[in-house]
Design a protein around this ligand. Structure first.
Ligand SMILES: Cc1cc2nc3c(=O)[nH]c(=O)nc-3n(C[C@H](O)[C@H](O)[C@H](O)COP(=O)(O)OP(=O)(O)OC[C@H]3O[C@@H](n4cnc5c(N)ncnc54)[C@H](O)[C@@H]3O)c2cc1C
Length: 369
């Protein structure tokens, strides 16, 4: 059985935000937060995210005939299907080219640890990009056989100018795709009781992972997801669980096809829900009362601002171990929590900034994905 590289284990500690970096830390060794300075409860400025050669654009030349997913060499999968989720994104299902019983253990260990990714290779350009496997839920569409065969699914946005996402959207069903991993992006500590996940666009994939990883441990932990998208199409049929104001429609909850006026519920037909919304609904059904989701749309002039984050924090319980995870495009992460940094070939968390810092939240850990 393959053991994973546990690159970044979060520690529950009270430290301050600082501006130094820990670039000298080993890529595989958790780095403790910086020593306390001003404020007490903000932390996690500088843990090293696993630098297992996953820098964007990195050259990837290793070839491999391993049947088991592993972080060192590329393993061949074949594209089973590519279903459109919206005009700009699709759900990919991939199956290992050769069967290996060990894949099950590799995946299980990654799921148990937290948020993880794999790197896909673009063979002509010899470059790689990271993508986030989706958990298997009731809405998954995968059969037991698919699961036993080690299939993985991904939600991938096509960047019209992007090398790897364009490549993935143009290859034929049945074609080979090489990937390596898992890479642990964030080990969710065992003691975590509550997660606020702030996701932009395809940043929802790690949110689904975090939900699955956290809740499948048992107990009564909770996850609240704030998901921002540009277009309605990206989250069709999504209904927000919290009541919040919409500048165009007044106080509504779930305005993406869910409710017409405050208080008037219009049931959403299953077929009108995007695949990812169905995944979120499936997670909610699997863990009743433990998952809440709120949707935000640029198109509707609703954005995840300070108030939305504050409201999510305010409504949180007095649970002790609480974690905010932020995932999405660079600009989104910067706005929420300040930019991540590159130093000496490693990706670092960088200081906590953005609206989360302004909110000066006590007792919440913060991690940028
Ligand atoms: C841990 C992790 C998990 C991820 N999970 C997912 C996931 O599940 N789904 C998903 O869709 N994405 C995910 N991503 C993002 C993904 O890795 C890619 O970054 C994304 O698909 C774009 O890659 P690309 O090769 O298509 O685009 P790139 O070729 O990297 O280009 C991206 C953009 O930059 C522009 N650009 C490139 N070079 C230049 C330049 N020199 N000057 C100016 N502009 C330039 C391009 O025009 C394009 O618009 C994840 C990223 C990380 C780090």
């Amino acid at each position: 059985m393959h053991r994973l590289t546990r690159a970044a284990r979060i520690r529950w500690a009270s430290t301050a935000t600082s501006t130094s970096t820990s670039a000298s830390a080993s890529a595989h060794t958790p780095t403790p937060p910086s020593p306390p300075s001003k404020s007490k409860s903000r932390w996690l400025g500088f843990l090293v995210v696993g630098a297992t050669a996953t820098a964007a654009g990195i050259y990837v030349r290793q070839s491999n005939d391993s049947a088991t997913l592993n972080p060192e060499t590329f393993t061949k999968y074949s594209l089973v299907s590519r279903e459109p989720v919206s005009a700009t994104s699709s759900l990919f299902t991939l199956r290992p080219r050769r069967f290996s019983e060990s894949n099950y253990d590799v995946y299980e260990e990654a799921w148990a640890t937290g948020v993880w990714s794999v790197m896909f290779k673009q063979p002509q350009l010899q470059i790689g990009r990271d993508y986030t496997p989706l958990p298997t839920t009731a809405a998954t569409g995968l059969t037991v056989e698919d699961e036993n065969e080690g299939c993985l699914r991904f939600f991938i946005r096509k960047d019209p100018f992007g090398e790897v996402s364009r490549y993935l959207h143009t290859i034929e069903v049945g074609a080979d795709v090489e990937m390596r991993g898992p890479k642990i992006e964030c080990a969710i500590p065992k003691e975590t009781e509550e997660v606020l996940f702030i996701a932009g666009g395809t940043g929802i994939a790690p949110a689904l992972q975090a939900g699955y990883s956290l809740l499948s441990r048992g107990g009564r932990s909770k996850i609240h997801i704030l998901w921002a998208n540009r277009l309605k199409d990206d989250c069709a049929g999504g209904q927000s669980d919290s009541l919040k104001p919409s500048p165009t429609q007044g106080w509504l909850s779930g305005w993406f096809g869910g409710k017409k006026e405050a208080g008037e519920v219009v049931p959403v037909r299953e077929e009108d829900r995007s695949l990812i919304v169905r995944e979120l609904e499936a997670l909610k059904s699997q863990y009743p009362g433990q998952v809440t989701v709120d949707y935000y749309l640029d198109e509707e002039n609703t954005f995840i601002g300070k108030e939305a984050v504050r409201a999510s924090i305010d409504s949180s319980s007095d649970r002790k171990s609480k974690l905010i995870l932020v995932s999405g495009p660079e600009g989104f992460i910067s706005y929420m929590a300040g930019p991540k940094l590159w130093a000496q070939g490693q990706e670092l968390q960088g200081p906590l900034n953005g609206i989360i810092r302004e909110l000066d939240l006590k007792d919440w850990g913060v991690w940028k994905l």
